[in-house]
Design a protein around this ligand. Structure first.
Ligand code: ATR
Length: 290
């Protein structure tokens, strides 16, 4: 990639959150925008919760066309938006916003992003039996995307049973025909297992017993750092096909890019930028350890 084009006509995108300093998105999106010849940049904005009411008028004033939202604002931004996509409506959470002639429109691209990462690896998910571990925000986003395309059965298990039950209730309300339960029976087997918990991110634990890992054809984790969690290592030992969370991170961005620009995103370049960013933080961590 050559020098970044920037002048009086440069279009502006960004990400809001607190903190945002660790985000890979500014590098990924600025490279992507410029690589397809768009005169545009994507910047990080660290925004405190109390400032949210002023945010959209300020962005409109500054001509910021669209932005991503990360923790802790994905839910709190909603009252300020003019329209929501169906998924964002069900989730009560938004990670992508675009300014249109009808005002500010909110989307959630995490769930679809995960499904696109499966598709990219030829991992089947439509009309399949799926075991999902975890019932937090990421689980909810993926569950809604799965319910939208249709599954044979979705089984959600979680450390805190009530959270799995309340997620199932929300899903059942939005998708009355969805086959869903929140506990396992011994005879279960699955096409696909998805870990959405943080177990394995900063420890070498697996979020579920080996017994269940062996009973699924495909094993996936939304964690991308480390690239191979204990869950995925075990799955490989059992001869299963695996996938980590890098694709979800990539494709949530790909979808956002397409919403903002109306053009296909340069996926390969975006993947490379993410891998470079990961590599850079890894070297930084290694240096700190010395
Ligand atoms: P995210 O937005 O990444 O999904 P979250 O909404 O905080 O984050 O959800 C975290 C998920 O990981 C939850 O399902 C949580 O289980 P609880 O509902 O019981 O809290 C799960 N989780 C986090 N740490 C865990 C641990 N040590 N063991 C088991 N599950 C854990």
């Amino acid at each position: 990639l050559g020098a970044i084009q920037i002048n009086g006509l440069t279009r502006k995108f960004g990400i809001i959150g607190s903190p945002v300093k660790h985000s890979f998105s500014p590098a990924m999106h600025t490279n992507a925008l410029q690589s397809i010849g768009l005169n545009a940049v994507y910047l990080p904005f660290s925004i405190q919760k109390e400032k949210l009411p002023d945010l959209l008028p300020s962005f409109e004033l500054l001509g910021i066309e669209g932005f991503n939202i990360t923790v802790p604002h994905k839910e709190n931004i909603i009252p300020y938006l003019d329209q929501l996509s169906p998924a964002a409506q069900i989730l009560g959470s938004v990670n992508t916003v675009i300014h249109t002639s009808n005002g500010w429109m909110g989307y959630s691209t995490d769930g679809n992003g995960f499904l696109r990462s499966l598709k990219h690896e030829d991992i089947p998910y439509q009309q399949k039996t799926i075991l999902m571990i975890g019932a937090g925000g990421a689980a909810k986003a993926i569950a809604v995307a799965l319910a939208q395309v249709g599954v044979k059965e979705l089984i959600i298990v979680n450390r805190t049973q009530e959270k799995a039950d309340s997620l199932a209730t929300i899903l059942k309300k939005a998708f009355p025909d969805l086959a869903i339960r929140t506990s396992l029976v011994d005879t279960d087997s699955f096409d696909l297992l998805i870990n959405t918990t943080s177990v394995g991110m900063e420890d070498d634990r697996s979020p579920i017993e080996d017994y269940w890992i062996q009973k699924s054809d495909y094993i996936t984790d939304i964690i991308y750092n480390p690239p191979k969690t204990t869950l995925l290592k075990k799955a490989e030992q059992f001869g299963k096909k695996t996938l980590n969370g890098l694709g979800m991170l990539l494709y949530q961005g790909v979808e956002a890019f397409e919403i903002w620009t109306g053009q296909p995103a340069p996926e390969a370049l975006m993947r490379k930028t993410l891998l470079d960013s990961l590599h850079n933080i890894k070297s930084m961590e290694d240096n700190q350890d010395k």
